[in-house]
Design a protein around this ligand. Structure first.
Ligand SMILES: CC(C)(COP(=O)(O)OP(=O)(O)OC[C@H]1O[C@@H](n2cnc3c(N)ncnc32)[C@H](O)[C@@H]1OP(=O)(O)O)[C@@H](O)C(=O)NCCC(=O)NCCS
Length: 277
């Protein structure tokens, strides 16, 4: 009842409860016993009943969860990303969580971004770095299974669920006109998936390049063609986000004049396990 979102289908969290001497429930923590990320961390959520807040119960639950998990993993992480200015983030930062990285959200002008990428692209094209077998196709023209595998592997998702999204059977399907795939000699090596927001503004939800082609021409080709597809289909603005550790994209956003609309924090808290690195 205190943490309804944590006990949905597909989750079977461990629960820790705080009770008073009459065994009345004051608060609870839910902990998923599956480690993800680097360092590996169990997701944790805490809820204290409003009338019992401000007395250290939330902190005790976090500490108990950390102690409970210490033999298994070096860290805990909140259930999801937290808005930088949120009360949830303030609570976590007060109870031993530290910033692992930030997720920066931007909104920009599609044409300005396209023009800027076109200039960079020209240099790459002239230099002859782009192999003759490289081709960008729209998502429906690409082999769906290979695209689902590439994207799912990168984001630790299931390829089957990814394919269900492509087919419109799960959540919002990527836009077929604005989502593009990079093929190299016919093999899927990159994908930029774009969905349309409620206001019809395109949002880049994933941009993946095969590890063997990173830090070269591939991402530029993919991003340029994806942005161009948006412009050609009449999109004036678009949204995208990136991890603040991906310096190239952060710089690109800055240079294109895109504005930062939101900052989310990815937090981790050491459990105190010997394995903490
Ligand atoms: C957030 C929540 C768990 C805090 O529980 P609590 O028992 O009041 O927390 P504590 O009394 O142990 O406070 C621990 C620290 O967090 C800080 N804190 C607690 N709530 C805060 C808030 N809303 N904003 C900013 N800081 C907060 C406290 O000031 C304290 O820090 P301090 O010791 O340096 O003063 C409770 O308000 C709640 O259940 N909220 C709804 C669910 C939620 O947001 N969960 C957090 C994300 S998983």
């Amino acid at each position: 009842m205190l943490l309804p979102a944590c006990f949905g289908p597909g989750h079977a969290p461990e629960a820790l409860v705080a009770m008073d001497s009459d065994r009345a429930l004051l608060g609870a923590a839910a902990l998923i016993w599956v480690a993800a990320g680097d360092p590996p961390a169990f997701p944790v959520a805490v809820h204290v009943r409003p009338e019992w807040r401000g007395q250290g119960i939330g902190r005790s639950l976090v500490e108990a969860a950390a102690g409970f998990a210490a033999a298994e993993v070096p860290a805990l992480q909140p259930w999801g990303l937290l808005d930088e200015a949120s009360e949830e983030a303030a609570f976590c930062l007060a109870t031993g969580f530290i910033v692992h990285h930030r997720m920066l959200h931007f909104e920009g002008e599609a044409e300005a971004m396209e023009a800027m990428l076109a200039r960079y692209r020209e240099r790459f094209d002239e230099s002859g770095y782009v192999p003759a077998g490289a081709r960008i196709v729209s998502l429906p023209e690409a082999p769906a299974e290979a695209v689902a595998n590439l994207v799912a592997r990168e984001f630790h998702n299931s390829p089957a669920l990814m394919q269900a999204r492509f087919q419109g059977r799960l959540g919002r399907a990527p836009d077929p006109d604005r989502s593009v795939v990079l093929l190299l000699d016919g093999v899927v090596m990159g994908a930029q998936l774009v969905t349309l927001g409620d206001d019809a503004v395109p949002e880049v939800e994933a941009n993946v390049v095969h590890p063997s082609l990173r830090r070269g021409w591939a991402n530029l080709l993919l991003t340029h063609e994806g942005t161009r597809a948006g412009v050609l289909h009449g999109s004036r603005r678009f949204r995208f986000y990136c991890d603040d550790r991906v310096i190239d994209t952060v710089n690109l956003a800055r240079r294109s004049g895109a504005s930062r609309t939101r900052v989310q924090l990815a937090l981790r808290r050491p459990t105190g396990a010997a394995a903490v690195g």
